[in-house]
Design a protein. Structure first.
Ligand code: GZL
Length: 362
C-alpha cells in the first residue's frame, strides 16, 4: 500500500540480485535450486497504478521437504494472490537458515508491507526481527516457533508438545488394549532445532519416561522420506529384534521407514510386529493409515494462511491481533486402533480414517 515505483524497481533489482545468489527462477513459476528460490509476482515489477493497490508480503518458507510443506506453501500462495489484493514475494529457503535470514533482509530492502516467516530453527532471530521492527514492517510467524525473540506481531501454528503427548498417551492406551507390556521404541526425529522436532520429542518422551518405556535411539531424519529410510535402514541393523515401536516425526519419514522395514522383512502397522506412529496426517499419510501400515497419525495442520490473513486484516483496520493463534488438530486411526486416552486429564477424540476423511484432507 505504501510502495513507490522506486520501491517496485528496487524489489525487481533485489529479486534479480537474489536470483543471482540463489539460482534462477522465472517470475511466474518458482524452481528449487541448491540454496533458495525466489518467486516474484509479476505485478510487483509492473509500474501500473494497480500495483499500488496491492498489499505486499514477503514470505520466507522453510523449504520443500515434505507433503506438509507443499500444502503450507499452497495455502499461502492461494490466499495471498494478486486477485485477492496481494503481491506475494515467496522464497523457498531450502532448509538453509542463512538463506532464510537473507530472504527476510531482502524483504526489508523491498520495504514490503508484511513479512511472513516459517522459521527453520527456533533461535538466531532477534537481530533480524529488530531490523524488521526498526523498518516498521510487522512480522507474522507461522507453524514453527521462535524462542529467542518476541519481536513479531502474531504466531499461527500448532502445539507440537501436545502432538507428542497425544502420540504417547495413545500408545499407552493402545498397548494396554493389545496386552503389550514392554515398549522399546526408536524415534526418527525431524530437523534438529526445529520447534516441531523439539516439541514432539519432549511430549512423547515425557509419556515414555512416566511409563518406563525404553528409548533405544533418536536420530534426525530432516522430515524427509530419504532421511526416514536411511535412518530406519541403520536402525534395522543396529536394533534388529530389539524394537516394537517406531516414532516418525512426519509422514514422509514414515514412508521412508516403511520402505526400509519392507526391505528388512520387518512387519509393521496394525497387523505387524512393529507399531508405526507418524505425525502430520497428510493425505498420503492417511492413505497408509487406511492400509493398516501407519498405526496412528497425529495431525499438524498446515493451512495457516486464512488465519494469517485475518491477522493482516486486523492490522490494516488499525486493530491489535492475537499474539498466538492455535490451529485445530485431529488424531487419526482405523477403528481397530481407536482407543480412549486423555492429555493432562482432558479426554481426547480420535477421528476414524474413512474414504471421505482422506478425500477432505490436505
Ligand atoms: C510442523 C512442520 C513440520 C512438519 C513436517 O509444523 O514444521 O515441517 O511436521 C515439515 O512435515 O517438514
Amino acid at each position: 500500500m505504501k510502495k513507490k515505483l522506486l520501491g517496485v524497481l528496487l524489489a525487481a533489482t533485489m529479486a534479480v540480485g537474489m536470483l543471482a545468489g540463489c539460482g534462477s527462477s522465472s517470475d511466474s513459476s518458482s524452481e528449487t535450486t541448491d540454496d533458495a528460490t525466489t518467486t516474484e509476482d509479476t505485478a510487483s515489477t509492473d509500474d501500473s497504478a494497480s500495483s499500488g493497490d496491492l498489499i505486499t508480503i514477503g514470505f520466507a518458507q522453510v523449504g520443500h521437504e515434505s507433503d506438509w510443506r507443499t500444502a503450507s506453501t499452497k495455502s499461502c500462495q492461494d490466499v495471498f494472490s494478486e486477485e485477492n489484493g496481494y503481491d506475494l514475494s515467496f522464497v523457498d529457503c531450502d532448509n538453509d537458515s542463512a538463506a532464510q535470514l537473507e530472504a527476510v533482509r531482502s524483504f526489508i530492502e523491498q520495504d514490503v508491507d508484511y513479512i511472513i516467516i516459517d522459521p527453520i530453527v527456533s533461535t538466531g532471530w532477534d537481530t533480524v526481527l529488530t531490523e524488521c521492527e526498526d523498518a516498521g514492517i510487522p512480522v507474522i510467524v507461522i507453524d514453527r516457533t521462535i524462542e529467542d525473540s518476541d519481536k513479531y506481531t502474531s504466531w499461527v501454528g500448532s502445539n507440537f508438545k501436545t502432538e507428542g503427548l497425544a502420540a504417547g498417551e495413545w500408545l499407552k492406551a493402545y498397548a494396554e488394549s493389545k496386552g503389550i507390556s514392554e515398549i522399546n521404541y526408536l524415534t526418527i526425529a525431524g530437523s534438529t532445532g526445529a520447534s516441531a522436532q523439539i516439541g514432539r520429542t519432549e511430549g512423547f518422551d515425557e509419556i515414555a519416561e512416566a511409563n518406563g518405556w525404553n528409548k533405544l535411539d533418536e536420530q534426525d531424519g530432516d522430515f524427509t522420506e530419504d532421511g526416514g529410510q536411511s535412518i530406519m535402514e541403520s536402525y534395522c541393523k543396529s536394533y534388529e529384534g530389539k524394537f516394537n515401536v517406531v516414532v516418525c516425526q512426519n509422514d514422509n519419514e514414515a514412508f521412508g521407514a516403511m520402505t526400509a522395514m519392507d526391505n528388512a522383512g520387518i512387519t509393521y502397522g496394525l497387523d505387524g510386529d512393529v507399531i508405526l506412529i507418524s505425525f502430520d496426517a497428510c493425505t498420503a499419510g492417511l492413505e497408509q493409515v487406511a492400509a493398516r501400515k501407519i498405526s496412528a497419525d497425529f495431525e499438524c495442520n498446515p493451512l495457516a494462511a486464512p488465519f494469517v490473513e485475518e491477522v493482516i486484516k486486523t492490522l490494516e483496520e488499525g486493530g491489535t491481533p492475537e499474539k498466538e493463534v492455535y490451529m485445530e488438530e485431529h488424531w487419526f486411526a482405523l477403528t481397530d486402533a481407536m482407543v480412549d486416552f486423555s492429555i493432562d486429564g482432558e479426554a481426547q477424540t480420535m477421528t476414524e480414517v474413512t474414504d471421505e476423511v482422506i478425500e477432505a484432507q490436505y
